[in-house]
Ligand binder design. Structure first.
Ligand SMILES: *Cc1c(COP(=O)(O)O)cnc(C)c1O
Length: 348
């Protein structure tokens, strides 16, 4: 197989050819002076929200670029990282022709998006240690394989994939490799966004939904080489990030202290709960985790799940995923929530 990365070969023909929507404010060149805006049919009465939001999210990209050590043209911002993932399908995967590779057990949205976009989802299971089987992944690649999705730390298993195996996939595949880092802030491993220079086919996605505690505002980020970002920008809805979200995200990203304090508290709780879960009678295995959740193997997942519901606690039953028979995924909560969970688990 030819390993040379050629973005022109990857992108869908209709996307290559299309003329993106030009928003009203993109059509004039500002000299910085105060303008009268009569171009976008907005209501002129100032409310702080009567204007369309910045379709390029310039202020946000400036702080993100500094924080992540990338340039602004290597960033795309989405309405949650789920939107970014959907844009990747729509830009690169021809419906009813192309395929992607996913590595179950993993985040369910890759498969759902593949179905929505009429793209075949080739599943190559992780090893029994939840590690990437890199040779098998590469064996499953054909000329219609556009994207390989790696989730690291992986949901629902919690582990980070080995750097070597990820590198093998990145170097051995001429299509795009998405590394979904939704849980990277809980891990002490370095983000792959630091290695964009070395891999022109690498896309890293992150989100404010987990560590930042902002699932409600819907903001996900994507870091990749400029040619990839340029294509995604072409098809992104111009006003996908609303004004309230942009302002809130800007504040949150600037408040590094709050993020670190909450992440530290969650990791401290994670370490406590990991030890305690091993003593619970109905729990047979506690898997290592780099995320804000832990996967446990129980004696009877359906029964324990239902019993917890009856006691007012909702966890995630992951038993229907490959390699995850009889497992529950437990999110790390507050100290009180975790104590409550532990006490109830011990009583089952
Ligand atoms: C939660 C989660 C997401 C979703 O992120 P949003 O930014 O809220 O859309 C993406 N990937 C993984 C692996 C997740 O667990």
């Amino acid at each position: 197989m030819e390993k040379h990365f050629d973005i022109e070969r990857l992108v869908r023909n209709n996307v290559r050819a299309l003329q993106p929507y030009a928003s009203a404010r993109d059509e004039y060149v500002s000299d910085g002076s105060e303008m009268v805006f009569l171009d976008a049919n907005e209501n002129p009465f100032e409310s702080g929200l009567n204007r369309y939001p910045d379709p390029h999210q310039r202020a946000l990209k400036t702080v993100l670029a500094l924080k992540k050590g990338v340039s602004e043209d290597q960033i795309l911002i989405g309405n949650g990282s789920d939107e970014v993932l959907d844009l990747i399908f729509r830009a690169f995967c021809e419906p009813n022709r192309d395929n992607v590779i996913t590595l179950p057990p993993t985040y369910g949205m890759y498969g759902v998006l593949a179905n929505i976009n009429a793209v075949a989802n080739r599943k190559v299971a992780l090893t029994k240690y939840f590690e990437i089987n890199a040779p098998l992944v590469l064996q499953n690649v054909d000329e219609s394989t556009k994207v390989i999705f790696l989730c690291s730390p992986n949901n629902p298993t919690g582990n980070t994939f080995s750097e070597n195996h990820i590198e093998t996939v990145l170097l051995g595949f001429s299509g795009l490799v998405v590394i979904d880092e939704a849980y990277i802030d809980f891990s002490n491993k370095e983000s792959w966004s630091k290695r964009l220079q070395g891999f022109p086919n690498l896309i890293v996605t992150q989100t404010l939904s987990k560590a930042y505690g902002l699932a409600g505002i819907r903001l996900g980020t994507c870091y990749a080489s400029k040619p990839i970002i340029d294509i995604l920008k072409k098809i992104k809805p111009p006003y996908n990030i609303n004004e309230l979200t942009q302002r809130h995200a800007l504040k949150a990203i600037g408040n590094h202290e709050k993020l670190q304090k909450q992440v530290d508290a969650i990791i401290e709780q994670r370490n406590i709960i990991l030890g305690q879960l091993k003593q619970v009678p109905c729990i047979e295995n506690v898997f290592a985790t780099d995320a804000n959740f832990v996967l446990v193997k129980v004696d009877d997942a359906d029964l324990r799940y239902q019993q917890l519901i009856e006691r007012g606690i909702v966890v995630r039953n992951r038993s229907n995923q490959p390699l995850c028979e009889q497992t529950l995924r437990l999110t790390i909560g507050t100290e009180n929530e975790n104590k409550n969970l532990l006490q109830n688990l011990n009583e089952l």
